[in-house]
Design a protein around this ligand. Structure first.
Ligand code: ASP
Length: 324
């Protein structure tokens, strides 16, 4: 499916609600396709490498995705994820993360958590230790502390300096309507035997209003995974993407037969068709199916969207398809 006009898309999205049980019932998995790890941006490469290492030393796919995402979370030089992430307008770092297990159809998420550098690991514990899906703000922080996470200052000298520079910029309040810096680590993985996991971790858009939550920790937006189909994740302007439930839209499109690549492109075309201003927006998505086929697309060439792919024992960076 290369061309999908808006009407078809809307019809097909509406049809998602009516997807029959058989759409999700029988995975068509190539036996032993081998694991595949896909992660956004250059910082995704060490993350994918770490995930592969964890997986090959006996970790589960969830362990692999979590530990892979820990790599940029721990790296102070990555200013859009974890420790060293750019703060909110008040100078406090607030992190968002989610992880979804496609077997149990179960996600864990934390939003706007402060002082904890590995929100993806807290999100993982939301799955394992609670029956909840999403914890926010102070509640997410208290949960992390109870689970033994150590609070720390997440601002680094470099991120503090960027915040101070922003504060001294005339009219800096306009960030409410003009998006500032972002990135994120979005991750999708399969074990090559039909199991998929999706994860996402971010400090969100820089200088955001205290309490702002983007797409990354929202199930169906920043992450989605279903072993019967595949998984997806997103990076870019979460204030826009949240309105399109990007990841679940991509996965449901794959359930109807689209390849991961076509499903990514279709979603982006739909976003442009519903609002032409979205053509200028920073929107990037990745997807994988339960056979290990991968796809990635970005709305425009604005930020050159690259993603890491680990497959057959080696990882490399690849350029996503630019739709407009
Ligand atoms: N999607 C993230 C957010 O809006 C940021 C990003 O991926 O660049 O919070």
């Amino acid at each position: 499916m290369n061309e999908l006009d808006r009407r078809d898309f809307i019809r097909s999205v509406a049809g998602a609600a009516a997807l029959s049980a058989t759409d999700f019932a029988a995975p068509t998995v190539t036996p032993e396709a081998g694991p595949v790890f896909l992660a956004t941006w250059p910082h995704g490469k060490p993350a994918a490498d770490r995930a592969a290492e964890v997986f090959h030393s006996g970790g589960s796919l969830l362990d692999a995705v979590e530990k892979g995402i820990n790599v940029p979370e721990d790296d102070p030089k990555i200013m859009s994820v974890g420790y060293g992430g750019l703060p909110n307008e008040d100078g406090e770092v607030e992190l968002d993360a989610a992880i979804m297990d496609g077997t149990r159809h179960r996600a864990g998420a934390v939003c706007a958590i402060h002082s904890i550098k590995n929100p993806i690991s807290v999100a993982r514990l939301v799955i394992e230790k609670t029956r909840h899906t999403t914890l926010a703000g102070e509640g997410a922080y208290q949960f992390a502390i109870k689970e033994g996470f150590k609070p720390m200052q997440l601002l680094t000298p470099a991120s503090l300096q960027q915040w101070l520079d922003w504060r001294s910029t005339p009219n800096h309040e306009q960030f409410w309507v003009n998006p500032a810096n972002h990135d994120t680590i979005g991750f999708v993985a399969t074990d090559g035997k039909g199991h998929v996991v999706s994860g996402c971790s971010t400090s969100g858009t820089a200088w955001k209003i205290h309490g702002r939550v983007g797409d990354s920790p929202l199930v169906g937006c920043g992450v989605y995974a279903d072993d019967n189909v595949g998984g997806a994740s997103a990076t870019g302007d979460g204030d826009i993407m949240t309105n399109y439930c990007t990841s679940v839209s991509i996965v449901h499109n794959m359930a109807r037969g689209a390849s991961p690549q076509d499903a990514c492109v279709d979603l982006i075309k739909h976003m442009a068709a519903t609002d032409p201003r979205n053509r200028e927006a920073f929107i990037c998505v990745i997807a994988i199916d339960n056979r290990g086929r991968a796809g990635a697309a970005s709305m425009n060439a604005g930020p050159k969207f690259q993603y890491a792919i680990w497959q057959n024992g080696t990882s490399k960076m690849a350029d996503a398809i630019v739709v407009y």
